[in-house]
Design a protein around this ligand. Sequence first.
Ligand SMILES: Nc1ncnc2c1ncn2[C@@H]1O[C@H](COP(=O)(O)OP(=O)(O)OP(=O)(O)O)[C@@H](O)[C@H]1O
Ligand SMILES: Nc1ccn([C@@H]2O[C@H](COP(=O)(O)O)[C@@H](O)[C@H]2O)c(=O)n1
Length: 220
Amino acid sequence: MVAIDGPAASGKGTLARRLADRLGFAHLDTGSLYRAVGLAVIRGGGDPGDAAAATAAARALHPETTPRVLADPALRGDEIAAAASKVAVVPAVREALLAFQRDFASNPPGGARGAVLDGRDIGTIVCPGADAKLFVTASVEARAERRLKELRDRGITVIYAAVLEDMRERDARDSQRAVAPLKPAADAFLLDTSSLNADQALDAAISFISSKTGLSDHCA
Ligand SMILES: Nc1ncnc2c1ncn2[C@@H]1O[C@H](COP(=O)(O)OP(=O)(O)OP(=O)(O)O)[C@@H](O)[C@H]1O
Ligand SMILES: Nc1ccn([C@@H]2O[C@H](COP(=O)(O)O)[C@@H](O)[C@H]2O)c(=O)n1
């Protein structure tokens, strides 16, 4: 099992998807779970900062329906990212989402031979016994540039300064919260992608994972 953590737009999701593909593992983007809770609160007319509403929404997610909920394109907006980081500070929300993540890691769906989970607390809390842990990072400016490009490619009008400010706010909320803050596990491999493209990041991750676990390409 491979655990990948890191801040927003560091490239951890891209890396996790590509690694899972190369290794023949199932992939879970755990940020989508928090986004689903934030979206449910907003759709219910509530405030993502309301701990009771967030807890009720997290407890209402059921394993059988969760895969469909996680595929909702409405999860991808920046408003939902901010809502996700607000519900994520609530300990009862995190507790409610833990079993689904751990079950995915230990029983990967589709008969996959392993799992890659990416998020903020995978190596520290969700799967502290992971076979390999990576902490993917990049400068906040590089991450804001990436997110800006991504949003503009989707036809969304946005300015760099606003994206940078959102990124800083989310970084602060994620790394300063009391429960499961964003931080590298003591035994994580630190991968700074500021000056790496996605292929270079994948190569660096594969060589770390191979040295740590002996796992190699699914196709090799
Ligand atoms: N190494 C890289 N170099 C440049 N751009 C990258 C790199 N890796 C990913 N990207 C691009 O940066 C953007 C953010 O990447 P990605 O979604 O993988 O980040 P993330 O850490 O999962 O973000 P989030 O936590 O917000 O979901 C995407 O548009 C992606 O294509
Ligand atoms: N393991 C995780 C994953 C995510 N979060 C929170 O959700 C927000 C959205 O995550 P993305 O990866 O989709 O950007 C994120 O800012 C975190 O607040 C989390 O707490 N733990």
